[in-house]
Design a protein around this ligand. Structure first.
Ligand code: ZN
Length: 457
């Protein structure tokens, strides 16, 4: 095997990285004051700022955002005339959910079978270590060959938009030639992936009213319209018999050009029960990343325990609609609203209220940074070709950066492969993926710098 001093340096730094990630995971930096005190986020932010200062970053600052959260910014100047690369991660995490359901305590990083378990280990505190490992390996071998900016966000999971607001208000701050967003993941452990598509989303609240008050169903049932049944008819109209999303005017026949997701793998990852069929049409990739997908987030209705034979005067539901790249959330919201109104039966009164939306994202994969990442991944994952993947969650900052810096190339990689169980109980990061992706990142910075100096010359 070829010698790779960068890979060797990173492998040697893994034990120290484990200690550091354990410190970072120990901060309960859930960006929700009801779940976790604000001080935990502040301590995580200060930890990251100190780590950047130790790497000789200049201009390190913990910046207050419009949503009351903080992000950490740092700049590390490279050789004069070299391009600028922005490295992104976030330090806020999802709540631990049911702590007693975890195999080991969620905020105590614990090793089992080549993985480190803990909330945020993969999403996305591990990525902070991934960036640090790449930069440290480069520092040990001649220094980073580009100008490096780092931004580590404190409220990504809440979707409150603090960093997007800040970036728009300070358009110079995050300006870069290439952006490495380390908040996605390989399609499978050991399969190098650059994520090229992110789903968008729109969410609505629907309220149906039919009666002035609830009624005895023995006395009035039959002629008197039940609001809950009306709501169920509306919800039923959103999918066909095959379970495919069916919203009038919203196309649902897109095809996914990237790597497909084998059905058997998908069934296993999703935990489908034996005998239960997949919903929708097309390949699994089409359904996930090229077509819309509707969901019911919740319904307000009486619980089964204590339920009585009553006609319901009102009913409410919250609906989500995931959107593939190419569809826009504003148009989808109005199509979904019109669909709901059209499918409301019996002249029932219906009101539809938007609950928030995020645009889908598609990366331009034709530039120098993508070529550089292909070369870098080939070093870190010998014998494997890079796949273009899709990713379920939106990362609103990607759209903000694409608007602000239309010439910047945006690449999404990360540690959140399917086994990482992000947002769930027993989240973990693969130590091997951390080592390989940090190696790929370091090689990417070198290869990209070389490619840019060739086209500059
Ligand atoms: Zn994340």
């Amino acid at each position: 095997m070829k010698q790779d001093p960068i890979a060797d340096a990173i492998a040697a730094m893994i034990p120290a990285a484990r200690t550091e990630l354990a410190e970072l995971v120990a901060f309960r930096s859930v960006a929700d004051p009801d779940v976790s005190p604000l001080g935990e986020s502040e301590r995580a932010a200060r930890w990251i700022a100190a780590a950047l200062r130790a790497e000789e970053f200049t201009d390190v600052s913990v910046v207050d955002m419009s949503d009351g959260r903080q992000s950490v910014y740092g700049f590390l100047p490279g050789p004069p005339g070299t391009p600028t690369v922005l490295l992104y991660a976030h330090f806020d995490v999802q709540p631990a959910l049911d702590e007693s359901a975890w195999t080991s305590p969620p905020f105590t990083l614990t090793e089992r079978d080549g993985r480190w378990y803990g909330r945020g280990a993969a999403d996305c505190k591990g990525a902070v270590l991934m960036h640090l490992l790449a930069l440290r390996a480069l520092r040990a071998h001649g220094g980073p060959p580009v100008n490096v900016k780092v931004i580590v966000e404190g409220s990504e999971e809440q979707g409150t938009g603090g960093l997007e607001d800040y970036a728009r208000a300070h358009p110079g701050l995050l300006a870069a030639d290439a952006v490495l967003v380390a908040d996605a993941g390989n399609v499978r452990c050991g399969v190098p992936t650059v994520t090229a598509a992110l789903r968008g989303i729109t969410m609505l609240r629907v309220r149906v009213e039919t009666l002035r008050g609830d009624l005895h169903s023995g006395q009035f049932g039959g002629p008197a319209p039940d609001a809950l049944l009306a709501l169920l008819k509306i919800l039923d109209s959103l999918t066909g018999d095959d379970g495919a999303t069916r919203v009038r005017g919203l196309s649902a026949d897109g095809t996914w050009p990237g790597v497909d997701y084998p059905e058997a793998d998908f069934r296993r990852d999703a935990g489908l029960l034996d005998g239960v069929r997949l919903t929708g049409t097309g390949s699994v990739g089409d359904r996930l990343w090229a077509r819309p997908s509707v969901g019911v987030m919740g319904i307000d209705c009486p619980p089964v325990a204590g339920a009585t034979p009553t006609l319901h005067a009102t009913a409410r539901a919250a609906i989500s609609l995931r959107l593939p790249p190419g569809q826009d959330a504003v148009t989808a919201t109005s199509l979904l609203t019109a669909h709901i109104r059209r499918h409301t039966p019996w002249g029932a009164r219906v009101s539809v209220e938007p609950l928030g939306q995020g645009e889908p994202f598609r990366a331009d994969t034709s530039g120098a940074a993508y070529r550089a990442m292909e070369e870098a991944m080939a070093v870190a994952y010998p014998g494997q070709a890079v796949r273009l993947g899709g990713f379920g969650g939106g990362i609103p900052l990607c759209n903000a950066l694409a608007d602000l810096y239309p010439r910047a190339e945006i690449l999404l990689i990360g540690l959140s492969e399917p086994e990482a169980n992000i947002h769930a109980v027993d989240e973990s990061v693969s130590v091997d993926e951390l080592r390989r992706l940090a190696t790929a990142e370091a090689h990417f910075l070198r290869t990209y710098a070389a490619a840019k100096s060739r086209c500059g010359a």
